[in-house]
Design a protein around this ligand. Structure first.
Ligand SMILES: Nc1ncnc2c1ncn2[C@@H]1O[C@H](COP(=O)(O)OP(=O)(O)OP(=O)(O)O)[C@@H](O)[C@H]1O
Ligand SMILES: [Mg+2]
Length: 262
């Protein structure tokens, strides 16, 4: 499926980024490198600034200080972002009156593509998330997990070079979430897109993330980054002792972020 592969996935270089709202300093001196084609995870306590950081990465907001730079093929792309980036909000945010395929095709409509091209790309993307047979349905006819997959397909339909996912599976039951984790890995392998995802689940973080970045609050900052080295990322690994050790390590790091351990 060559059309699914973005031309060159984006990396992100984040240097000394701070974000201040009227309410105060939310992010303080963030330094982070996201490698092109990698799958990185952000975890941290509620309110520590994960969504704020993801929005900055997506160009949906600007930093008060510091620099975020997109890179492709080791070259700076541009500082003003949003083109080439797919952003997935925590809720599916589908238009209830539009069919699944018309929801997915919406970004292409906004770009002015012909109807034929829109539908062909949207159907191809629905296949990527395993929903090609549900194309004609309305959102309310789908389960929560399926709606989230439609939302991911909509973020992917323009073939972004960077996919930003804000707690995409938070509302799902454990079984659906585990299944979605594997779907996401498959999509990542098939497209080669760079993914940055926020999650509250450390099991999910360890299973998916090559790099897991831990954030602490007040003000939001990166406290630790963990390189997870698993033998494989297949369902069987979840029940191994090695996997449990990585999750335990991640729990220890999160406890430090939350200040429950000195
Ligand atoms: N537009 C805004 N204006 C003012 N304050 C904001 C704005 N957006 C976020 N904040 C504040 O910034 C802080 C971080 O919010 P953010 O949503 O980034 O946290 P989070 O880590 O994503 O939390 P959660 O895990 O609950 O989603 C919070 O104190 C929030 O109130
Ligand atoms: Mg958030």
């Amino acid at each position: 499926m060559s059309e699914s592969r973005p031309s060159a996935p984006f990396g992100i270089q984040i240097e000394n980024v701070s974000k201040r709202f009227d309410s105060g300093l939310v992010l303080d001196g963030i330094n982070l490198v996201i490698q092109p084609g990698s799958l990185s995870i952000l975890v941290g306590p509620s309110g520590c600034g994960k969504t704020t950081l993801l929005r900055l990465m997506g160009g949906l907001d600007s930093p008060t200080e510091g620099r975020l730079e997109l890179q492709a093929n080791n070259r700076h792309v541009r500082s003003q972002m949003s083109e080439g980036i797919g952003y997935c909000f925590q809720e599916p945010r589908l238009l209830p009156w539009r069919s699944v395929i018309d929801n997915v095709a919406l970004p292409l409509e906004l770009k002015g593509l012909s109807s034929e091209r829109r539908l062909s790309l949207a159907l191809e993307t629905l296949t990527l998330v395993g929903l090609e047979t549900d194309a004609a349905k309305l959102p309310h006819q789908l389960s929560g997990g399926m709606q989230m997959r439609v939302s991911i397909a909509r973020a992917m339909v323009t073939r972004p070079r960077l996919l930003l996912l804000d707690e995409p599976f938070a509302a799902l039951d454990e079984i659906s979430r585990v299944r979605m984790d594997d779907e996401l890995l498959r999509l990542w392998h098939e497209t080669g897109v760079t993914i940055v995802m926020v999650t509250h689940s450390l099991t999910e973080a360890v299973y998916l993330g090559q790099d897991v970045h831990f954030m602490a609050a007040n003000p939001g900052r990166i406290t630790e980054s963990l390189k997870v080295e698993l033998e494989s990322r297949t369902p069987a690994i979840r029940s191994t002792a090695a996997f449990a050790e990585w999750v335990a390590l991640a729990h220890g790091m999160l406890a430090v972020c939350e200040g429950s351990v000195a």
